[in-house]
Design a protein around this ligand. Structure first.
Ligand code: BTN
Length: 254
């Protein structure tokens, strides 16, 4: 066992050696009414999924590949807040365990020295306009070395081991993540999103900068001015018009 100090998160833990995707397994468990806080972890994913239908490279023993089931009683449009909460928790855990100071690139990328270390994927199960479950997938490149990454992502991806020059204890990091997230999640249920929005903004790299957002309908260029109460990114273009970005890839200019 992990010696967890949590009450809810990870109390029901499904550990696998090799799976297609922990997200897929958690999705099925959620559908079967698995208890809130259920976590699925695997040493390897053979078909890890990223955002926007991309693949998530998840080789054996090198990372943390996990998915978690939450059931907050919130309206569906507020679900993106959970991605931001998760990003804050993972940043805090990485800071505590490695001493590195990661940054968040909206909505969900955790970056160190401009390279991606972590991706978060949030999926929803709704039931007559209400949230039944939120499945949050977290992928962290922990002990991967340069050669573990496919050639094409080497310029943009890194790992905690590469950045610290030492091997990181994955169990310790999993424990830290679940403990930080549990605290943030209770804070959220009690006090709402505002306190977490402030923490998120303090870690965010894109806010206040000129960015390009690539959405499915095209590109929007302008200054990222902040996020809304629901976690939507705000961009002000050169004409002073404000755009609400729900889903996009962003690039920071300069
Ligand atoms: C992204 O595109 O940045 C999100 C990547 C999310 C990857 C994680 S790894 C655990 C979980 N299982 C998956 O198949 N994907 C998520």
């Amino acid at each position: 066992t992990l010696g967890l100090k949590t009450e809810k998160l990870g109390r029901n833990l499904h550990y696998h050696d090799s799976v297609e995707s922990t997200q897929k397994i958690a999705y099925k468990l959620a559908y079967e009414n698995a208890v809130e806080g259920t976590v699925v972890i695997a040493e390897e994913q053979t078909a890890g999924r990223g955002r926007m239908d991309r693949k998530w490279h998840s080789p054996k023993y090198t990372g943390i590949w996990m998915s978690m089931i939450l059931r907050p009683k919130i309206p569906i449009p507020k679900a993106p807040q959970l991605t931001l909460i998760t990003a804050v928790g993972v940043v805090q855990a990485i800071e505590a365990v490695t001493g590195l100071l990661p940054e968040i690139k909206w909505p969900n990328d955790i970056m160190i020295n401009g390279k991606k270390i972590t991706g978060i994927l949030t999926e929803l199960q709704a039931e007559s306009d209400r949230i039944h479950s939120v499945i949050i997938g977290i992928g962290i490149n922990v002990n991967s070395q340069e050669e573990d990454f496919p050639e094409e992502i080497r310029p943009i991806a890194s790992s905690l081991a590469i950045e610290t020059d030492r091997m990181i204890d994955r169990e310790e990091l999993i424990r830290a993540i679940l403990e930080k997230l549990e605290k943030l999640y209770s804070l959220y249920l009690e006090k709402g999103f505002l306190p977490i929005k402030l923490m998120w903004e303090s870690y965010a790299v894109s806010i206040g900068k000129q960015i390009i957002a690539r959405t499915i309908t095209g590109e929007i260029k302008g200054k990222a001015t902040g996020i809304t109460e629901d976690g939507v990114l705000l961009i002000e273009d050169s004409a002073g018009e404000l755009h609400h970005i729900y889903s996009a890839d962003i690039k920071i200019e300069g």
